[in-house]
Design a protein around this ligand. Structure first.
Ligand SMILES: NC(=O)c1ccc[n+]([C@@H]2O[C@H](COP(=O)([O-])OP(=O)(O)OC[C@H]3O[C@@H](n4cnc5c(N)ncnc54)[C@H](OP(=O)(O)O)[C@@H]3O)[C@@H](O)[C@H]2O)c1
Length: 313
């Protein structure tokens, strides 16, 4: 496993971050608490331990995932190794007023069975609550030693700059993968220049970049409504999957490993957050750190992905 510095903090995170949304349930406030089948908690806790044994020290959850269930599973699984883990959780946009932040944070810590949070993200910007108010409280919590670093998620460049005017932001969590590259237009360069770590979610496009859905696997959860899972999109993205397959075959690698390793070649990129409840999938994904991509292969993937993105419109 490789470890990379988290922003300007004194923490180092593994190149792979374990995304714990999948093993807790979906966005509870969007009627999505059970948008897919949950494996038994014991099995998921075992998987979190396997991740740690494989060198993953970075874990990502949120108060909203399964209405706190994800935090509870993570806390229970990592209890005795807490100090060796970098645990990130997120405060929801409707909790961004100072008193609400304190309350949300203490509840998250209760579920996570910890008295500090390593990386505390604003899950998404609020339209109503001034960022100055939120940052002021987060800065106080940092001074008090209750949180070690502040992060933001789903922020635009302008929103990030505004937040940074009030305090240090060590990480941003945007959507980023070979089929979603908007952050390259502005956020990435700024983050690189200002030492803000990029922790991607949707790193394998919710499974699309593993190729299994191009090869006949049917999706039977919330993803069946997602644009990339529609037959027309699968047909367009097939060109990228085929190119990835040629590269993967030559290395005896899995497609997911190619998709994930490509992220490591992007300047300023820090850690790929990937979610799974499946041990085999996890073990495939974590090997992405070990494979090598030549500069030619990276360029080839870059060009085909851009071509496919243009076709997707
Ligand atoms: N900040 C935000 O707003 C935000 C939003 C969404 C997610 N997240 C974070 O990002 C994490 C990842 O979630 P994501 O939605 O971004 O999805 P993702 O990691 O791109 O993909 C996860 C999906 O892919 C499947 N998968 C994983 N590895 C696979 C493999 N090797 N082969 C086949 N299928 C595989 C998983 O199902 P199986 O269980 O079958 O493997 C799961 O359904 C979440 O846990 C959460 O921590 C953050």
């Amino acid at each position: 496993m490789e470890y990379v510095q988290l922003g300007k903090s004194d923490m180092k995170v593994s190149r792979i971050t374990f995304g714990a949304m999948e093993l807790g349930g979906g966005n509870a406030f969007a009627s999505g608490a059970h948008r897919w089948e949950l494996k038994p908690d014991e099995e998921n806790m075992k998987l979190l331990r396997t991740a740690f044994e494989q060198g993953v020290n970075s874990f990502d959850t949120a108060e909203i995932y399964g209405a706190g269930h994800s935090e509870w599973v993570v806390g229970k699984a990592l209890k005795d190794i807490r100090k060796d883990c970098i645990i990130a959780t997120k405060v929801s946009p409707h909790h961004l007023r100072p008193n609400d932040i304190r309350m949300a944070l203490s509840q998250s810590m209760f579920r996570l069975d910890t008295d500090y949070i390593d990386l505390y993200y604003i899950h998404a910007p609020s339209k109503d609550i001034p960022i100055a108010e939120t940052m002021d409280e987060l800065n106080k919590l940092k001074k008090e030693g209750i949180i070690r670093a502040i992060g933001v998620s789903n922020f635009s460049l302008e929103q990030l700059k505004e937040a940074m005017a009030y305090g240090q932001i060590d990480a941003i969590q945007p959507e980023y993968n070979l089929l979603q590259r908007k952050i390259e237009q502005d956020l990435m360069g700024f983050c690189r220049e200002n030492s803000v770590s990029i922790m991607s979610y949707n790193s394998i496009a919710k499974g699309i970049l593993t190729g299994v859905f191009h090869h006949g696997k049917q999706v039977n959860d919330f993803r069946k409504e997602r644009p990339l899972f529609q037959p027309e999109s699968l047909q367009i993205t097939r060109e990228l999957i085929d190119a990835m397959q040629v590269i993967a075959d030559a290395k005896g690698a899995a497609l997911a490993q190619i998709a994930i390793h490509w992220l490591f070649h992007q300047p300023g990129f820090t850690s790929a957050i990937i979610g799974t409840q499946n041990e085999k999938h996890f073990l495939d994904n974590v090997k992405a750190v070990e494979i090598q991509l030549s500069q030619d292969e990276v360029t080839q993937l870059d060009l085909i992905s851009k071509k496919v993105l243009e076709k997707l419109g």
